[in-house]
Write a protein that binds this ligand. Structure first.
Ligand code: P6P
Length: 281
């Protein structure tokens, strides 16, 4: 497993260079979920795949930017699903973006995820590793990722990050979010899943929500590359991750590009979600 973390560090240093110097224009291609790929997406994906191809313990990988699973080493032990540069269009407006990695054994399913890593490319480059019941923060300086601290969520926070747009929210979701504002929660939402979830973790708590909406009833965020990796990090940090009814890590994956409604947060905020959603589909 350590060699995978080292590979992610190496890929991240190369991706940071591409972000700083790279071409942020759109490519001619679309990914499997119909998003127009930026040259940055493709460049980051190529970097990660090249680095992972040198790691013997990786059996196969699947990228949000590619349709199919890429087989690397028959004798490998681990499967990796990754989003090479989530929210890449935010680079154009100089907001933070990130890479997300889910590390699985045996199969690409929520109950088989054994570690996750995400890297935030912002004013500083930071990596968070969720593994063996701990969540550890590292920061890139002097050419290395240096351990900073373990991350723990409080029982309750002050922040709410609200995905999609009110026009597409179900009524009960509007009630949930408005009740949080009435209780004094602060809206903190950039449209980048990685920095938005990183902020709630580092500030001790709150709620990130991306529900099923009228335009995306099954949610927008992808299970294998986005939802499950952050679900593991939030659970190991003492929080929870649900789809409105149950743990997201227990939901069934039928296709590698499946999405899911998702709520990540401290225990008190997730309790609010389950209370509101218990009477709705
Ligand atoms: P919306 C970025 O495109 C992304 O996939 C995530 O990083 C982010 O959380 C979400 O979409 C934002 O979606 O509909 O709120 O703009």
């Amino acid at each position: 497993m350590q060699e995978i973390f080292e590979a992610i560090k190496e890929a991240s240093k190369q991706i940071q260079d591409v972000i700083e110097l790279g071409d942020t224009a759109k490519s001619e291609n679309e990914n499997s979920t119909g998003d127009t790929q930026l040259k940055l997406d493709i460049a980051s994906d190529v970097i990660i795949e090249k680095v992972f191809a040198t790691v013997p313990s990786i059996k196969a990988i699947v990228s949000e930017e590619q349709e199919e699973i890429v087989h690397l080493n028959d004798k490998g032990e681990y499967l990796i699903a990754y989003d090479p540069l989530d929210g890449s269009s935010l680079v154009d407006v100089n907001l933070s973006v990130g890479s997300i990695y889910g590390i699985y054994k045996n199969d690409f399913t929520g109950d088989n995820i054994i570690a996750s890593v995400y890297v935030v490319f912002g004013p500083r480059v930071e990596m968070v590793v969720a593994y063996k019941n701990s969540v550890k923060l590292y920061r890139l300086f002097d050419g290395e990722f240096n351990y900073i601290k373990d991350i723990k969520l409080e029982e309750k926070g002050k922040l709410t990050a609200t995905g999609s747009t009110q026009m597409c929210w179900p009524e009960h979701h509007k009630e949930l979010i408005n009740s949080m504002y009435k209780d004094g929660y602060y809206l903190r939402y950039s449209g980048g899943m990685v920095p938005d979830l990183h902020q709630i973790l580092l500030k001790g708590g709150g709620l990130f929500s991306y529900p099923g909406t009228t335009d995306k009833p099954k949610g927008k965020l992808r299970q294998l590359f986005e939802v499950f990796p952050f679900a593991l990090a939030y659970e190991y940090a003492g929080g929870q991750a649900v789809n409105g009814k149950s743990r997201v890590l227990e939901i069934e994956t039928t296709h590698i590009h499946d999405t899911s409604p998702c709520f990540f947060g401290s225990k008190d905020e997730i309790k609010r979600v389950l209370e509101v959603y218990k009477d709705h589909v």
